[in-house]
Design a protein. Structure first.
Length: 712
């Protein structure tokens, strides 16, 4: 009976003859008085899920919405269907708000849209207690979670609703929430006896494309010329970019306008109205535009810059093709976008307990992986949102021009085996080090070199492993545990790989064309990027340990200079721009240790690394090995080891040379040096004491003498 009544309301009020997938099931659960969490893609018909039962219930449905513009659009849309709805927000006068509250009291309104701040005020909650409330709907529910991509602290107070109205059904709706965010939403809203509905995130009518960020405006104009009179959105990062883009498109003859927060309300309304009525074909906007805009025939969405996470990206491309017709989404990707977002995130400060900056960095990395991906982009998106997909879409740019692939099943099994033996407790760099047999200080300290799979894939380089693991994450073989220090854990597909005859196909690594046109990266560039990434991860760890923003350790420019210059001593490090003596003293040793280990690793990988043997000697020296043992470890003459130690001392490394020469020997040699005067050369000292002292002791004395001279 209730189902038939809901179908009648759907037809009588909204004009639709049947529900879309999951709408009927969600409405039925609400009508039974249950709480509901609905995860549905943009354009999936979320609003109807609470609007229909609101019209069936006696009383008022209260809807929480994050944006004033969104409230206005929703109320205006309902007015078109003769549905009594209103909103309350800070832009209204006290008289206007009192009028609406009186209408609510007199049961003249069925749906009331409010901000989270308004709803959670004691005064308003007490007002709702004296009228008949039928249900609550929380739109954009991901805003309640610090794990989500658009956390809004004011949403976190919505748990009050259940305290005041424990028996009223609540529906939480969002288009973008990964697994962790979903559970956090459920916990924070205190949903009880709830039903979870998850619609497919697949939008097969959308053709996904990623391209390099070169000559963007010219290429956009060519694209638009091939699709005359089609409507679409172009998302830009800044207000200035939206204005410049719309101006160039207008000059090229297109009906384009810009939209951003700097426009007054009248100007914004004009753009919205023009776009909805096909008077404006193209809107160049910052990201807020599109929320609550119900326009079905958007044929393309272009991202002039890369968004900062996959949730935002998915939500924005979801505004294309809501009528199920073929539509295009294009992402222009440049490494500059990554640097831009990293800088913004590093400079931001958060007050809540979760280290939100680290989470944002991790989500940015996933977005970058998507942009640089060599496997089906649709699979990446769907797997990210927990929808396991085993087949390529055949409709994205990667599928249309696939890279060469190889059977990586054995590599995947080795990686999963190592991950399990490490108790799913390490991040990607450590897992790679274990697989490659790289005995870092962390691995030695934790005993990771004792596991069976240590060094089981040493023939695969670090950049290759990073590429493969990113592909495996995108395929759902691994997951990144954002709520557990970003460690790698088994993904939804891992069991099939380990225990079934599932074949893992990965794309062969190729050069990255994202930053320099069609010029592949050179080996030095690849090594620079690998070291930069390691330094960036270390910087975040140091910042977290000291409870300071990452930029206060070293900014991105300084990090880049460290990756280029590769200093191995504090003296050389202080020559890098941005490294002050206090910073070098406080943070320097950790960074120097990482750089030295990186250079040693590259030497072992066959790279030509100047001074690598010295650094290996120094590594053993730091482990308290004596020169004789170091010589055995390196299979080198003892004289070479002493030579290394002297050179390291002269370069500024912390080497205690006086351990290898007695005070009496040193004083005798130094007295002779002083007698011969300031013009004396080391060769003369060696000749003078020939046969009396080992040459290495003479070199030690000379190095000590030189340091003493520098200090005078």
């Amino acid at each position: 009976m209730l189902v038939q009544e809901s179908e009648k309301i759907l037809k009588d009020y909204f004009g639709y003859s049947r529900f879309r997938p999951l709408q009927k099931e969600i409405i039925s659960a609400i009508l039974e008085g249950k709480d509901v969490f609905a995860l549905m893609p943009t354009g999936g018909g979320k609003s109807l899920c609470y609007q229909v039962p609101a019209l069936m219930f006696n009383g008022l449905c209260v809807v929480v919405s994050p944006l004033i513009a969104l409230m206005k659009n929703q109320v205006a849309a309902l007015a078109q269907y003769n549905i009594p709805a209103a909103y309350l927000n800070s832009t209204q006068s006290n008289e206007a708000q009192e009028l609406i509250e009186n209408k609510c009291f007199n049961k003249e309104i069925k749906l009331l849209y409010v901000s989270p701040e308004k709803l959670t005020s004691e005064t308003f909650l007490n007002f709702l207690k004296i009228i008949q409330v039928s249900m609550f709907a929380i739109d954009e529910a991901h805003c309640i979670s610090a794990w989500g991509h658009d956390f809004r602290p004011e949403y976190s107070k919505l748990s009050k609703i259940k305290e005041f109205f424990p028996t009223k059904p609540m529906v939480a709706l969002t288009a973008t929430a990964d697994t962790i965010t979903r559970q956090d939403i459920i916990n924070q809203l205190q949903l009880t006896d709830y039903e979870l509905f998850t619609a497919s995130f697949d939008r097969p009518n959308i053709r996904m494309n990623v391209t390099t960020g070169f000559h963007r405006i010219e290429r956009i104009i060519r694209f638009l010329n091939s699709r005359p009179n089609q409507t679409g959105l172009i998302y830009c990062l800044t207000r200035q970019e939206t204005e410049e883009m719309s101006k160039k498109l207008q000059e090229a003859g297109f009906a384009a306008r810009c939209y951003h927060a700097g426009l007054n309300s009248k100007e914004r309304s004009q753009v919205q109205h023009g776009f909805l009525n096909d008077e404006v074909h193209i809107v160049c906007a910052t990201v807020a535009f599109g929320m609550g805009i119900h326009k079905n025939n958007v044929r393309f969405v272009i991202h002039y810059n890369m968004p900062r996470n996959l949730e935002s990206y998915y939500q924005e491309i979801g505004r294309a093709g809501r009528d199920q017709e073929i539509s295009d989404v294009i992402l222009f990707y440049s490494f500059k976008d990554v640097i831009h977002w990293r800088t913004l995130i590093a400079e931001s400060k958060t007050n809540h307990e979760l280290d939100n900056n680290q989470l944002k960095m991790a989500k940015l990395a996933r977005m970058q992986q998507y942009a640089e991906a060599s496997i089906c982009r649709r699979r990446i998106l769907l797997n990210y949102f927990g929808e396991a997909v085993h087949e390529d879409c055949g409709n994205c740019d990667v599928c249309r021009k696939p890279r060469s692939r190889f059977d990586a099943t054995l590599l995947a099994k080795k990686a999963l085996s190592a991950c399990i033996r490490l108790k799913e407790a390490v991040q990607m760099p450590t897992l790679i080090d274990v697989l490659r047999g790289n005995k870092t200080a962390l691995i030695a300290e934790q005993g990771y070199d004792e596991i069976k799979t240590f060094g089981s894939a040493a023939n695969v380089s670090y950049p290759e492993w990073k590429d493969y693991l990113q592909q495996m994450i995108n395929l759902g073989i691994f997951d990144i545990a954002y709520d557990d220090n970003f460690v790698l854990k088994r993904g939804a597909l891992s069991a099939k790989v380990l225990y079934e005859d599932y074949i893992v196909e990965l794309a062969l690594p190729e050069f990255d064309f994202s930053r320099k046109g069609d010029q592949p990266r050179s080996k030095p560039e690849m090594l620079y990027e690998e070291l930069f990434e390691k330094l960036r991860i270390l910087r975040q760890e140091v910042a977290t340990a000291h409870d300071i923003p990452a930029k206060e350790v070293f900014n991105d420019y300084t990090l880049s200079e460290l990756a280029k210059g590769r200093p191995t001593t504090l003296v050389n490090m202080e020559m890098i721009s941005g490294v002050t003596p206090p910073k070098a003293e406080q943070f320097g040793r950790d960074f120097l240790k990482l750089i030295r280990e990186f250079l040693i690793e590259q030497y072992h990988n066959g790279e030509k690394v100047e001074g690598a043997l010295y650094l290996i000697t120094y590594k053993f020296y730091e482990q308290d090995l004596n020169p004789e043992d170091i010589a055995k470890e390196q299979n080198l003459p003892l004289t070479d080891i002493y030579e290394h130690l002297v050179q390291l001392y002269e370069l500024g490394h912390e080497v205690e040379l006086l351990k290898f020469i007695s005070r009496q020997e040193l004083d005798q040699i130094l007295s002779t040096v002083r007698l011969k005067g300031s013009e004396v050369k080391p060769e003369e000292i060696i000749a003078h004491f020939e046969g009396e002292y080992d040459p290495f002791k003479l070199k030690i004395a000379w190095a000590v003498y030189q340091k003493m001279q520098e200090g005078e």
